[in-house]
Design a binder for this molecule. Sequence first.
Ligand code: HEC
Length: 111
Amino acid sequence: MRLYLALPLVLAACDDPGRIRTGPEVFRLQGCVTCHGLDGHGTQMAPDLRGVAKLWTREELVKYITNAPEYIKTNERLKEQKKRYSLNMPVYSALRREELENVADYVLALP
Ligand code: HEC
């Protein structure tokens, strides 16, 4: 096999799949970036996440990311906001606890 073909395999092997991802990594790899935009600045598909630290505790945010559709039912502001977007905030129930906390911390720290 030519070297350039083998390189991605070597790189993939170096990246331990069991490793806990950092907040920015989760944001990118789980597709948050696709809807919420680069650095969480918002797109037509999802709201700007800058300044949401005023609205969320870390614990509530982790709960929300784990099951947004359920959470939205109990929150008038989110229910109203949801009407502006055609896609739903997905359910991230398979993420590990540490990764949920990391991505929540990332969102809460957005400048
Ligand atoms: C398919 C598009 C999509 C993806 C992917 C997505 N979101 Fe969302 N997100 C939304 C939409 C739409 C809303 C607005 C829902 C609402 O306000 O009821 C939302 C709302 C939110 C909110 C609440 C904002 C507020 O006003 O309080 C947070 C926080 C959030 N998303 C974080 C994330 C994170 C973190 C990820 C990745 C783990 C993610 N989202 C992935 C579409 C998406």
